[in-house]
Design a binder for this molecule. Structure first.
Ligand SMILES: NC(=O)C1=CN([C@@H]2O[C@H](COP(=O)(O)OP(=O)(O)OC[C@H]3O[C@@H](n4cnc5c(N)ncnc54)[C@H](OP(=O)(O)O)[C@@H]3O)[C@@H](O)[C@H]2O)C=CC1
Ligand SMILES: CC(=O)N[C@@H](CCC(=O)OP(=O)(O)O)C(=O)O
Length: 345
């Protein structure tokens, strides 16, 4: 059995993680932490767990005392809150999977620029592995510290990876127009995500300034073999879950739609969680699953390729991917505990 602890279990990402870990055949949950719900049972915050989980949420200080009981610590806290804890866990030989952004950017200066925070432990950045299994599986196997990707980056990078790897598009031409359900903003109270503020409306936000931009650029640049800049615009849409990323790039040379499709099929041929479709993805077809659906078209008139990807932000965009990473780190079959069909409607 893998003994796990979950920090930030009462957030949306943390709760989704508990949902997977609870039913994982090789996992024993040793503790759950929260910030405002300590001393209360997990099922008091999430009554869907009533009669299934008896755990009482503890605070972070108490969790730190229990690190010796676990093999892996999942951290699902707001940005800037993972540094101390990750360091303490790693020092005690506990593996860390951080669902937040604190270890995703390899450059501490870039972190400061985009998060407006000093990085709390830049010395750990060289050992952190960006936890996108489809790109970094071999490094994940031996990693102690996983930076689980952001939700928009997961959808965007998976959509564009084959194009960059094969250098099929002009790297300066990339535009990503992405939409997210409101759970992407977390459960913590915030006026912008009140029902009356975001229902029956769609808005762009973080225009030319969203903190997922450098994360996407970092990974696409690695695939391409040279740095690049993208235009990334996220949108908030009135649904609970899901991300749809529509990604554009100008083709460097003509390619047939069959050859492009073959390129994607071959890039993802061994990837259980990526489905390359001949139709156009919809968020409802991946909802409740760890899948990423990808569809593509060539716009012959403009010479642009348009790739559309859909994920569940809380699963492939957060908790499911974290469990996928754990499975790889512990030598388990990668889809164990994760091979769940999407839930429609
Ligand atoms: N939501 C999503 O789709 C995704 C989220 N993520 C990342 O996962 C992390 C968690 O996000 P999410 O679950 O959405 O956020 P939530 O706001 O839903 O949850 C935050 C969690 O952290 C706890 N917390 C809040 N403030 C503090 C603090 N100052 N000290 C200690 N604990 C604190 C909360 O405790 P309490 O409940 O007791 O207040 C809660 O458990 C973030 O880094 C986010 O960026 C990554 C990918 C997707
Ligand atoms: C809808 C919404 O607000 N989404 C969040 C992204 C959530 C996520 O993946 O982000 P991190 O793990 O990087 O925080 C946002 O735009 O900030």
């Amino acid at each position: 059995m893998i003994n796990v602890g979950v920090i930030g279990s009462t957030g949306y990402a943390g709760q989704q993680l508990v949902w997977y870990l609870h039913r994982h055949p090789h996992v024993k949950i040793r503790f759950l932490s929260s910030h405002n719900h300590t001393g209360l049972s997990f099922s008091a915050t999430y009554p869907n767990y009533r009669n299934f989980m008896q755990d009482i949420c503890i605070d972070i200080q108490e969790a730190e005392q229990q690190l010796s009981k676990i093999d892996v610590l999942f951290i699902a806290l707001p940005h800037g809150k993972s540094f101390d804890l990750a360091q303490k866990a790693l020092t005690q030989g506990v593996k860390v999977i951080d669902l937040g952004a604190d270890f995703r950017l390899t450059d501490a200066n870039l972190y400061k620029d985009w998060y407006d925070l000093d990085h709390g432990c830049p010395q750990l950045l060289s050992q952190a592995v960006y936890g996108l299994p489809e790109l970094h599986r071999d490094k994940i196997k031996n990693a102690s510290l996983i930076a689980n990707p952001g939700c928009y980056p997961t959808a965007s990078i998976l959509a564009l990876a084959p194009l960059l790897k094969e250098q099929l598009i002009v790297k300066e031409s990339i535009v990503i127009d992405a939409k997210s359900g409101v759970s992407g903003a977390g459960r913590t109270a915030n006026i912008a995500t009140l029902y009356t503020e975001c229902s029956e409306s769609i808005k762009a936000y973080g225009v030319a300034s969203h903190r997922h931009t450098p994360e996407i650029e970092q990974e696409l640049g690695l695939l391409n073999g040279s740095p690049l800049f993208i235009s990334f615009t996220p949108h908030l849409v009135p649904m609970n879950r899901g991300i749809l990323a529509t990604c554009y790039g100008s083709l460097r040379t003509q390619i047939s739609k069959e050859a492009l499709y073959d390129c994607y099929q071959s890039f993802y041929q061994n990837e259980y969680f990526v489905r390359v479709l001949d139709t156009i993805p919809e968020t409802r077809n991946v909802k409740g699953s760890n899948l990423c659906d990808i569809g593509l078209r060539i716009d012959e008139r403009t010479g642009r390729v348009i790739v559309i990807s859909a994920i569940d932000n809380l699963i492939k965009g957060a908790a499911g991917q974290a469990v996928q990473n754990m499975n790889i780190m512990f030598g388990l079959v990668e889809m164990i505990g994760l091979d769940i069909l999407p839930m429609v409607p």
